[in-house]
Ligand binder design. Structure first.
Ligand SMILES: [Zn+2]
Length: 344
């Protein structure tokens, strides 16, 4: 089969790799029908040292089951399924607590001999715990929204949930990438009435307004902080959803958070130390967030997607064939594409 490999910064290639098959009784083999490129795939795409062998990449996909191991129940060949961006057994204590990203027998795609999502097929370990069965559909818009359940929508939702967004809280979302826009949609779903989106790309913030943002602040740094404070009577918002992952974004998050409020971060952190010294301490600000247990949220969000109450798949603004995935990476890196859908 063909799959995407990354050989270093700026160098992704589609190559022929061994066909995956069921190896363990708990495996399933999924033929990928939709995959996508994640903002977090851009970190290695920008900075990975040159590798002679190339590494598999991709962790968001949905597709059709072709084969299952003898221990897999409830999933059969022909079923449409979506995979969260971490695989998990569904039975350990962490999985039962809804923290499948800490599964004692789980792991990441495209690591340690496990297939990546950006290919024609994937051997799914712990398939019964990992995969979520979907009703059959060929509706492209619905498939895009179902694919967003793999990572981007639950990640935005995790940000809003861990921040404690509810109808009484005001919200600032930092970042107008696909996760930031998903966080806006999530805050709206949780009942927030005031949602300030910090972002400076017009077409993205326009989608943010359709997702529920009430105000947009394009300025960054001190000017952006002043703008959010002005919109909130000088105080900032009760919750701040940091969806970028850079230190400056986190500093802005603390600066626009109301005293006693909560900052949640879901952007993969590109910083080593937290800017959380004495001034933040004196303001009783809570920091929460982290990697999203997407598997837990799929159960909660699936009905809304299937019934069309939310359309998180609108974050996809470009579709490429697997063979053209390098162009998709370039488009997301140079920001001509918000999020790229891949059709193997
Ligand atoms: Zn587990």
């Amino acid at each position: 089969m063909r799959a995407t490999l990354i050989y270093g910064a700026g160098d992704v290639r589609v190559e022929t790799v061994p066909d995956p098959k069921v190896l363990e009784p708990t495996d399933a083999l999924v033929r990928v029908t939709r995959a996508c490129i994640c903002g977090s795939d851009l970190w290695p795409y920008r900075s990975m040292p040159v590798s002679e062998r190339g590494e598999r990449i991709g962790h968001e996909f949905l597709g059709v089951i072709e084969d299952v191991g003898t221990d897999v129940e409830g999933l059969s060949p022909g079923d449409l399924v979506v995979a969260p961006f971490v695989w998990s057994d569904g039975t350990c204590d962490f999985c039962r607590e809804g923290l499948q990203t800490s599964c004692r027998r789980g792991g990441l795609w495209a690591r340690g001999g496990i297939d990546g999502g950006q290919g024609e097929a994937v051997r799914v370990p712990r398939a019964q715990g990992t995969l979520v069965k979907l009703p059959p559909t060929e509706d492209p818009a619905l498939l895009a929204s179902l694919l967003s359940l793999s990572d981007v929508f639950p990640t935005g939702y995790h940000c809003a949930r861990t921040a404690g967004v509810d109808p009484q809280t005001t919200v600032t979302v930092i970042g107008d990438g696909a996760v930031g826009l998903s966080a806006v949609l999530s805050a709206k779903r949780l009942g927030a009435e005031r949602i300030i989106l910090m972002g400076r790309h017009d077409e993205r913030t326009a989608l943010g307004r359709e997702f529920g943002a009430t105000d947009v602040v394009a300025a960054r740094g001190e000017e952006g902080i002043a703008a959010v404070r002005e919109l909130t009577g000088g105080d900032g918002t009760h919750t701040v959803l940091e969806c970028v992952g850079l230190r400056e974004a986190l500093e802005t998050a603390f600066a626009v958070c109301r005293d006693g409020g909560t900052v949640s971060r879901v952007g993969a952190p590109q910083y080593g130390e937290l800017p959380m010294g004495f001034p933040v301490f004196m303001r009783n600000i809570t920091l929460t967030g982290g990697v999203a247990p997407a598997r837990a949220y799929i159960d909660e969000l699936l009905a809304d997607v299937l019934e069309g109450r939310v359309q998180p798949g609108r974050v996809f603004d470009r579709t490429v064939a697997l063979g053209d995935i390098a162009g998709g990476y370039r488009g997301m890196t140079d920001r001509t594409a918000l999020k790229v859908l891949v059709c193997p």
